[in-house]
Design a protein around this ligand. Structure first.
Ligand SMILES: NC(=O)c1ccc[n+]([C@@H]2O[C@H](COP(=O)([O-])OP(=O)(O)OC[C@H]3O[C@@H](n4cnc5c(N)ncnc54)[C@H](OP(=O)(O)O)[C@@H]3O)[C@@H](O)[C@H]2O)c1
Length: 283
């Protein structure tokens, strides 16, 4: 997909002079957020998207952040705005997300884009759910009529993913079960699934006995666990017991290296699309 996007960026630039631009905002010093932002900026550079780096100190006020977003909303060189979450506790995340112009909301988090997704209108789709769907389709996994069990109901992963997969569309048409911490006997549901998608943020949430033979298993979880043998003292693991489940699953995604890179790819996808729309509107 990134090769396809690089070709699109080159074509857009040659035909219209427009270079897609992504403004990235990071507030504070969270190490995981810093590494995500760096990875996103590197991926932009690789396909010819300009990234505008806005790294703000931890004590940035909500008003200062909102003022920056208003400025970026008006900037014609910026086609997408990404606010890396979580924000420091003193800033209201909902207010910040709502301030992003929907046509620059390449994360797909504003109520306008979420609403459009739910009712099946064209929208900027949230990157992780869209990445999961593309990963499945491009691997030849049939969604039509499949029973998908999602573990996790957050606004950024579980809920939008469930909505995408149940749309009456080639990217959907699945039967979706959405599980969470109040689900009674999670394994009863996951064992029925053709596709299990774990987005719980807890290592070991899905074990081999919870998955039927031949199932497709997508691991969205990214968890830091202590690893004294590593120089930084930790390693990243997903939510599923990869080594045991890979023996039964027909497909399984690793962590790191599965859903994470797809999330970044879909951010690039949305940014390129936003630039194409801006170039079209300029005519
Ligand atoms: N790879 C990527 O690009 C990417 C992107 C986004 C997130 N992630 C990772 O994905 C994971 C989920 O992220 P998130 O933001 O959606 O997390 P979140 O907001 O903490 O939501 C977790 C969800 O999982 C449910 N849950 C937790 N433990 C469970 C259990 N034992 N059984 C059943 N349900 C359980 C929770 O249920 P309740 O609602 O009942 O509390 C909640 O709905 C995290 O590890 C995150 O780092 C990865």
């Amino acid at each position: 997909m990134r090769i396809e996007l690089a070709a699109k960026v080159a074509k857009l630039k040659a035909n219209t002079g427009v270079v897609p631009g992504l403004a990235v905002i990071l507030v504070g010093e969270d190490p995981a957020s810093k590494s995500y932002v760096t990875a996103k900026e590197k991926a932009c550079a690789e396909i010819g998207v300009t990234s505008f780096d806005n790294r703000l100190p931890e004590n940035t006020t909500e008003e200062e952040l909102l003022a920056l977003i208003h400025k970026l909303n008006q900037d014609p060189a910026v086609h997408g705005i990404l606010v890396q979450l979580p924000l420091p506790k003193h800033i209201d995340e909902d207010r910040v997300i709502m301030a992003i112009a929907p046509e620059k909301d390449v994360d797909g988090f504003t109520p306008v884009n979420v609403g459009k997704l739910v009712i099946g209108q064209k929208a900027y789709l949230p990157c992780t759910p869209h990445g999961v769907v593309q990963l499945l389709l491009r691997s030849g996994v049939k969604l039509d009529g499949a029973h998908v069990v999602i573990v996790g109901r957050s606004n950024i992963v579980g809920k939008p993913l469930a909505n995408l997969l149940l749309q009456k569309a080639p990217t959907g048409n699945a039967t979706v079960t959405l599980c969470h911490t109040r689900t009674r006997d999670l394994a009863t549901f996951t064992r029925q699934a053709d596709i299990v998608i774990a987005a719980a943020g807890r290592p070991g949430t899905i074990t081999a006995d919870m998955v039927k033979d031949g199932a497709v298993v997508i691991d969205v979880g990214v968890n830091r666990v202590p690893a004294p043998e590593k120089p930084n003292g930790y390693k990243l693991v997903g939510d599923v017991d990869f080594d045991a489940i890979k023996e039964k699953a027909s497909f399984i995604t690793p962590v790191p290296g599965g859903v994470g890179p797809m999330t970044i790819t879909m951010l690039l996808f949305n940014t390129v699309e936003a630039a194409e729309i801006a170039a079209e509107n300029r005519k």
